[in-house]
Design a binder for this molecule. Structure first.
Ligand code: NAI
Length: 710
């Protein structure tokens, strides 16, 4: 695990090299090896100085998430954490100079170990990143990061790194004072060795950390100083506003820094170990690690891709319709190095779509994020046209014309007359079932749904929809394209609203139903935020536009005929449309949108939807807003619209901002427990109606004691 060599000058060279892994990570085995190695260098009298490096391209990627996800024993986790702390303390206080030679990234626990060295030298590796990203997975740095980083660079500078999990490049890390030196790649070991030898030869006082030196002061001020007090006062308020108290990790990080830095480092480390143990075992951390790390990685590695179809690089893609969606799809396609033909009814409309890419690129060039040459090359890959002859040689056509069946059928036929026989045809429809659209195709097995989200260049999800006749090969090739453009796919079977729109709209309508019941609008909106959703249901209806909700409902009513059931809350959407308050785009909806000010709830809501004398508790509303989405996702599982919990959860987090701390709608059921969730929904169904009825799948699972995840 850690190679140990001592040279003639008494310098111990430690090279960390986890067997069978591409990266060094921190888990029970590596902790044990570290503890043992540190004890050895500290006590071996032949050793006069230490260099710790890695035999991998990176120093260390951080904690082993599989290990953390499976941790259940608080005492064991606490003891192990303290053991690591003690080892790192032993290393930094043994009196011998310790240098860290970092060939690449040192993230999370990797950086925490590096911070226990007296000197850090990194290779100038453009891929290397340094930071403490634990918070992004609901965790906190538990290897001393909350104690050493602020003691090293000051509380003000450390807080954003700890609370936002920002990763710094080599130059930034040097500037921040996290690194001492940056050298040519391949010379970092030599540089570390030279520093250690210089300390040994100088034979001055034993080498120690600044925080162990007499008279040490925290850079930028101690906790009690007014400047630092302000960081906490403002930071706490901001955190509360941002997270509604739903995320324990950032709050725990603030506590670690505050409580740890008013005392000595050893006590501070113990404080951190306590918070760390508590946070690792929290449901929020487990949910975030599972969905944001494991499920997301699986989706990105195309876990749903049918085996046996060889990967074919997509060279040329045509996009029909250069409107909001088409323009964005052309941009992300060209960005991935793929030729993009952007077609609209006339050349001007197509050029307007292409201009969207120019605007995005100009901004990046102006900010120095992209070279003018690269921007020009990207733009040159987009060919704006109204001529179907350019579909010659395409691998894929993506249709993003108006949401109109007849029009979509027409462009399908026109394309198929020109595109190669093997090419795929995809629709970006948001509401029209794929199987129906595929009827216009002479090759329905090559017809698929690729549902992008708006704005395409910012939203990383693509909902891939299988029509009844879509072939596995088509799925495989469509997934290859999604991967090529760097997006995350989920795969669903055809259904009205597919998966994402179907579940997302239950949140919107539940909010409208509350308004119809007489719940105060501000209470509904706050319940949405408290549930962890990015915006309240009324504000969201305004964003989508009540008019669109009513229009989609009308279409559904026509398509389903007798099977149609009106969603609760529909009458509220209909009423605001009648009033002309159709949403943000009209400047008025449930909110007023003054041109030069912040939006505020429309004062007329009270007269239109009178408030009940007795208002429900906010917790009850939160429960409804979350359960309605979870139960709909479970129905999608039952009906086979979804085939994995992974797709349900990844799609919800990326698609409509379902709160990460809940893991996703299925993650929510899992964390509540299937049986408890069934009971919760039965009670809600009694009070609010059949929309909370759970599908048989959940009842069976509850009876048999099965769960969606282990
Ligand atoms: P849009 O109205 O911005 O753009 C549609 C474009 O299609 C227009 O530029 C129009 O000139 C063009 N067009 C019309 N007839 C055409 C024809 N015969 N040949 C070529 N181009 C033609 O619409 P938007 O928002 O881009 O939506 C397009 C599709 O994407 C729709 O099916 C919509 O449901 C779907 N969608 C929309 C989302 C959104 O947030 N707007 C999200 C996901 C999907």
């Amino acid at each position: 695990m850690i190679h140990y060599d001592i040279d003639a000058k008494g310098l111990a060279l430690l090279r960390w090299d986890m067997p069978g892994r591409s990266q060094n990570v921190i888990n029970a085995e590596s902790c044990a090896a570290l503890v043992e190695t540190v004890a050895r260098v500290a006590t071996d009298s032949r050793v006069r100085g230490v260099v710790l490096s890695s035999a991998k391209p990176d120093f260390c990627a951080g904690g082993d998430l599989e290990w953390l996800l499976s941790a259940t024993e608080a005492q064991q986790l606490f003891d192990r954490t303290c053991q690591l702390h003690q080892a790192l303390r032993q290393l930094e206080t043994c009196g011998k100079p310790v240098a860290m030679a970092l060939p690449g990234s040192a993230l999370g626990g990797g950086l925490e170990i590096a911070l226990a060295g007296h000197y850090r030298v990194a290779a100038s590796n453009p891929k290397a990143r340094f930071g403490l990203p634990e918070v992004t997975l609901g965790l906190l740095p538990g290897g001393g990061g909350t104690q050493r980083l602020p003691r090293l660079i000051g509380v003000q500078a450390a807080m954003p790194l700890l609370l936002e999990g920002k990763r710094l490049g080599t130059a930034e890390a040097l500037k921040a004072g996290i690194l001492h030196a940056v050298v040519e790649p391949g010379t970092e070991l030599e540089a570390a060795r030279a520093w250690v030898l210089a300390q040994v030869l100088a034979q001055t006082a034993p080498v120690q950390q600044p925080w162990d030196a007499k008279g040490y002061k925290i850079p930028g001020g101690a906790i009690a100083s007014p400047a630092v007090q302000q960081v906490f006062t403002a930071g706490n308020a901001m955190l509360r506003a941002r997270t509604q108290g739903n995320y324990p990790a950032p709050a725990a990080i603030m506590s670690c820094v505050y409580e740890g830095l008013i005392t000595d480092i050893d006590t501070g480390l113990k404080t951190e170990a306590r918070y760390f143990t508590h946070t690792v075992l929290s449901t929020e951390a487990k949910n975030m690690i599972r969905t944001l790390f494991f499920n997301m990685n699986e989706a990105n590695k195309l876990a749903a891709r049918p085996a046996g179809v060889s990967t074919q690089a997509c060279q040329k893609v045509a996009i029909l319709g250069a409107g909001m969606m088409g323009a964005g799809i052309a941009y992300v396609t060209a960005k991935a190095g793929i030729q993009a033909v952007l077609l609209d009814v006339n050349a001007e409309a197509a050029e307007r779509g292409k201009a969207y890419s120019s605007q995005l690129l100009d901004k990046q060039v102006a900010r120095g994020k992209l070279s003018a040459d690269k921007a020009a090359a990207l733009l040159a890959r987009i060919q704006a046209t109204d001529d179907y002859a350019l579909l010659d040689g395409v691998d894929l056509v993506i249709e993003a014309v108006f949401e109109d069946r007849g029009l979509k059928a027409e462009v399908t036929r026109k394309s198929e007359a020109r595109m190669p026989a093997k090419a795929l045809f995809a629709s970006n429809t948001s509401t029209l079932p794929i199987t129906g659209l595929a009827k216009a195709s002479s090759r329905p097995e090559q017809f698929i749904g690729l549902h992008f989200f708006s704005p395409v260049d910012k939203m990383p999800l693509v909902e891939v929809i299988m029509g009844e006749q879509t072939s596995p090969e088509t799925l495989a090739r469509a997934l290859d394209y999604v991967k090529a453009i760097g997006m995350t796919p989920i795969v669903v079977n055809d259904s009205r609203g597919f998966y994402t729109s179907r579940v997302f709209q239950t949140y919107v309508f539940e909010g409208l139903a509350m308004l119809a019941e007489g719940v105060a609008p501000a209470l509904i909106e706050n319940a949405g935020l408290k549930a962890g959703m990015p915006v309240g249901p009324l504000a969201l209806t305004d964003e989508v536009s009540a008019e669109l909700c009513v229009k989609i409902d009308k279409q559904t009513r026509t398509d389903l005929g007798e099977g149609y059931v009106a969603p609760a809350g529909l009458e509220v959407a209909q009423r605001v449309v009648e009033l002309g308050r159709i949403g943000r785009k009209a400047g008025q909806g449930f909110y007023d949108y003054p041109k030069d000010g912040k939006k505020s709830l429309w004062p007329g809501l009270g007269a239109e939807f009178p408030q009940a004398a007795q208002q429900p508790a906010v917790e009850e509303l939160v429960q409804r807003l979350v359960a309605i989405q979870a139960v709909e996702a479970a129905r999608c599982m039952q009906e086979g619209v979804l085939t994995t919990a992974r797709d349900a959860d990844v799609g919800a987090l990326l698609g409509w901002g379902f709160p990460a701390f809940r893991g996703g709608p299925i993650g929510q059921i899992h964390s509540v427990g299937v049986g408890a969730f069934v009971a919760q929904c039965e009670a809600l169904a009694q009070r609010h109606g059949a929309r909370f009825d759970v599908p048989a799948l959940l009842k069976d699972m509850a009876r048999e004691g099965r769960s969606f995840y282990i």
